[in-house]
Design a protein around this ligand. Structure first.
Ligand SMILES: Cc1cc2nc3c(=O)[nH]c(=O)nc-3n(C[C@H](O)[C@H](O)[C@H](O)COP(=O)(O)OP(=O)(O)OC[C@H]3O[C@@H](n4cnc5c(N)ncnc54)[C@H](O)[C@@H]3O)c2cc1C
Length: 424
């Protein structure tokens, strides 16, 4: 079997398939093609992401008998600090037992000094190799599928036939030419990602989220990673130099006390919808190459799709009808949940500006600061939106629930917010 791409989806697929094969005493050969060298710093070795591991990923690793090594953990995230217009609100985890970690995907920023073994993707790929996969450090150029025949995989230096081809190439690389398949990669939007360093780093467990500037910003986050901070901006039509106004605004608000040193930067793409033709006879796509959770917990959904596809391969078969029957519903369920996500982010786009919704939202959050944790409905909902730690559907139902509406109703009667009214 050939797996194209050794990011989270490719490594998780391999780990789950080999685990199932091993526990059933069934010998399986998996060849995993990966074009990048994750032990290199900067974009050359990095799969370009903010590097937040949700509790779903942490628990998923435990299921495989693995845990993120201390050398890979760059931070343990305990709260989000939302800077919203005049308001600053601490968003605490609704369930503090659920761990959220920050990691580097490669060996840190281009101009930084991070040991190669800190890379999360190196850790996962080495686990797949230790489980028995052969890792080929080459770029797959094309695959040819012919009815009833093994698929031919070609790189610049070799070609070989495989019973099954698993596409785990994400959305930031050109898809290999797939002769005999109708695969279309998912629609994407561009994000901005930077790595910075400060002389006086802030609280290592806090992610700062800011949403006012630049124009088009949906939200931007500062994710602490040891001596470094990853900056991720998500928005619509963000200008090419969107980071300067973002960091400038955070300086003005006192979140950053100095001009940061900028060490790395990229403009990666993020998937916003499902791929089409993501399975066929002897072919299946997993991770971002198939579908991902909208804007959040992409590594968690890579784990989920990879695990489900591996189980279908091992327990059902590799024919298009097997994937159609048992794998397609998984992809569709994620795409369906993303519709609620779209709705929530749409609401957020309105709420984060000026107007009644914004005022009510800020007042409700401030008022919740005085309530017991169980009653902080809007803070919990924001936690789930920022971390992706719950399905969008349940987050939306939470927003429409009676306790949420009641808190908004009482917020309407509260005094106006002044900049000095901050919750911490
Ligand atoms: C700015 C940004 C921030 C994000 N932040 C987070 C976050 O904080 N937490 C989170 O969970 N998710 C986050 N995501 C999403 C997350 O990065 C992806 O969902 C996740 O990486 C998907 O894993 P994957 O294995 O499917 O794809 P990728 O991680 O993209 O891996 C694909 C791999 O395939 C390899 N490859 C591609 N083509 C070939 C080929 N032809 N031959 C050989 N190898 C090939 C690539 O080199 C790469 O290593 C973020 C995304 C962006 C853009």
């Amino acid at each position: 079997m050939a797996v194209i791409g050794g990011g989270p989806a490719g490594s998780f697929f391999t780990l789950h398939l080999l685990k199932a094969a091993r526990s059933n005493g069934f010998p399986l050969k998996v060849t995993l093609f990966e074009r990048k060298h994750f032990e290199l710093p900067g974009p050359a070795g990095c799969n370009m992401c903010a590097g937040i591991l949700s509790s779903r990923v942490v628990m998923g690793l435990q299921e495989l008998g693995l845990s993120v090594p201390p050398s890979v953990i760059m931070g343990r995230l305990r709260r989000y600090m939302l800077h919203w217009r005049q308001t600053r609100v601490a968003i605490e985890p609704p369930d503090p037992t659920r761990q959220i970690l920050s990691v580097f995907r490669g060996a840190g920023p281009k101009l930084g000094i991070v040991p190669p073994e800190a890379s999360f993707d190196t850790f996962l790929l080495s686990q797949a190799e230790a489980a028995g996969a052969s890792v080929v450090p080459e770029h797959v150029l094309e695959v040819t599928f012919a009815p009833g025949e093994p698929a031919e995989v070609r790189t610049a230096h070799r070609h070989a036939a495989f019973e099954l081809v698993v596409l785990a190439s994400g959305v930031n690389a050109r898809v290999p030419t797939l002769f005999g398949m109708n695969y279309q990669k998912p629609p994407t939007v561009t994000m901005a990602q930077d790595e910075i360093r400060l002389n006086h780093p802030s609280d290592p467990g806090t992610v700062h989220v800011y949403c006012d500037e630049p124009y088009g910003l949906l939200f931007g986050g500062l994710v602490p990673k040891g001596d470094y901070i990853s900056v991720s901006l998500l928005g619509h039509g963000l200008p090419g130099r969107s980071l300067e106004p973002f960091l400038g605004a955070l300086r003005e608000r006192g979140v950053l006390r100095e001009d940061p040193e900028r060490l790395c930067g990229c403009r990666p793409r993020v998937a916003i919808g499902p791929a089409s033709g993501f399975y066929g006879d002897r072919f299946v796509a997993v991770g971002d190459a198939a579908v991902t959770r909208l804007y959040k917990d992409g590594i968690g959904s890579a784990l989920h799709t990879a695990k489900c596809a591996a189980h279908v391969v091992f327990e059902r078969g590799i024919a298009g009808r097997d994937f159609g029957r048992y794998y397609r519903p998984i992809v569709q369920a994620i795409a369906h949940d993303n519709r609620y996500g779209k709705w929530l982010f749409h609401m957020w786009e309105h709420a984060k500006g000026e107007g009644l919704l914004s005022t009510l939202g800020q007042r409700a959050l401030l008022a919740e600061g005085h309530l017991a944790p169980a009653w902080r409905v809007h803070a919990s909902l924001l936690w789930y939106m920022f971390t992706g730690d719950a399905p969008y559907r349940s987050t939306m139902l939470g927003l429409l629930s009676w306790p949420s509406l009641r808190n908004l109703f009482f917020a309407a009667g509260r005094r106006p917010i002044t900049r000095s009214k901050l919750s911490s």
